[in-house]
Design a binder for this molecule. Structure first.
Ligand SMILES: Nc1ncnc2c1ncn2[C@@H]1O[C@H](COP(=O)(O)OP(=O)(O)OP(=O)(O)O)[C@@H](O)[C@H]1O
Ligand SMILES: [Mg+2]
Length: 337
């Protein structure tokens, strides 16, 4: 378990102090994939660097496997850090060393005897699907392959936590997906807790169990990815969600809306129960879809539809009440434009 309490990081600069992390408390369970989103400057990297003490927090505690790592001696900290792997947006591989030597270097730093390093390097490269690249230099690899090497290196010393700082931000969408699948596989097979920071909600949607939203150094919203996607509370979370689930309808179309405009949200199994068609048949209303999507978040459907309901007002009201009775969440939009 990773338990962060009241963590703050204040940077001293020539022109004054800058608060990178402002009193953040987060508890991340063992084996969880936890996403942290926020815009540039929100404090994501500062928080991540504090978690493995690349950066000394100004105050607060970070308990990893029952030990507060902010209180460790230098030697104890060196050992504790080996159990926290990290991968970066720009990979940070050593260009003069081969793929195999990049990974062996991490083993050397952890004082693994020379004779045992090669076997482990092979094992790690096989895990990330790059066995044939052991003698190649980083410049001969694609971005996705470089990140696989970064992952292999981060896993070299069997960490219990893997921190990912914008690990897929430099990659194209397909490569991003393959790296995310690899991270998920590592999480499942090795039971490694993953904390990843990103500004892409697609990344969070793809692999995270829970998430936090950061702004100005603070965590302003936290919860399961499904809950935040289905019911974002802060304006910032809503903004992030809208990048994945967009409901933009052109004004010209909205102007033509004559009936009641409703936003219907179905969670989980409810999404597949044909509620809309039942409602339309039962109350003799007509439904005109303006927008709609079913997103799958951790294999759970989340249905979102924007529709116009036409018919006698009393029937429209009954139809809305019926959909809610069946478990949908319905919001009537009064100001259409
Ligand atoms: N070494 C530093 N010295 C001074 N200020 C810093 C330092 N590192 C970060 N900051 C400041 O702390 C705040 C948070 O920065 P941080 O790098 O953590 O943001 P971020 O969320 O990772 O942004 P990005 O998405 O751009 O990577 C910013 O205001 C930044 O200027
Ligand atoms: Mg950053």
């Amino acid at each position: 378990m990773l338990d962060i309490q009241n963590l703050s990081k204040v940077y001293e600069t020539k022109t004054g102090t800058v608060t990178g992390v402002d009193n953040v408390s987060l508890t991340i369970a063992e084996g969880e994939v936890f996403g942290i989103v926020g815009y540039s400057g929100a404090g994501k990297s500062s928080l991540l660097r504090c978690i493995n003490l690349l950066e000394r927090p100004t105050s607060g505690s970070i308990v990893v496997n029952d030990r507060d790592i902010t209180k460790l001696s230098t030697e104890e900290l060196r050992k504790a850090r080996l159990k926290i792997g990290m991968i970066f947006q720009h990979f940070h591989l050593i260009s003069q060393k081969t793929v195999g030597d990049n990974i062996a270097f991490a083993l050397k730093a952890a004082r693994v005897p020379k004779g045992k390093r090669q076997e482990r390097v092979k094992e790690l490269l096989s895990m990330v699907g790059l066995s044939d690249k052991i003698d190649v230099y980083p410049s001969q690899l694609s971005g996705g392959q470089k990140q696989r090497v970064g992952i292999a290196r981060a896993l070299a010393n069997n960490p219990s936590i893997l921190l990912c700082d914008e690990a897929t931000s430099a990659l194209d969408p397909n490569t991003t997906l393959s790296i995310l699948h690899l991270l998920k596989k590592i999480n499942r097979e090795l039971n490694i807790t993953i904390v990843l920071i990103t500004h892409e909600m697609d990344v969070v949607k793809e692999i995270c169990d829970r998430m936090a939203v950061m702004q100005d150094g603070r965590v302003i919203e936290e919860g399961s990815v499904y809950d935040i996607f289905s019911n974002p509370k802060t304006a910032l979370a809503q903004e992030f969600i809208s990048s994945v689930v967009s409901f933009h309808v052109p004004d010209a179309i909205l102007k033509e809306v004559k009936g009641s405009l409703v936003k219907v949200l179905f969670k989980g199994k409810v999404a597949g129960q044909g509620i809309i068609s039942d409602t339309i048949a039962k109350y003799h209303v007509r439904g005109n879809f303006l927008h709609g999507t079913i997103e799958y978040i951790q294999d759970q459907p989340l249905g979102l539809f924007l529709m116009e309901l036409n018919g006698e007002q009393a029937n429209v009201e009954k139809a809305i009440a019926y959909m809610e009775e069946r478990g949908a969440h319905v919001e009537v939009i009064d100001n259409v434009l």
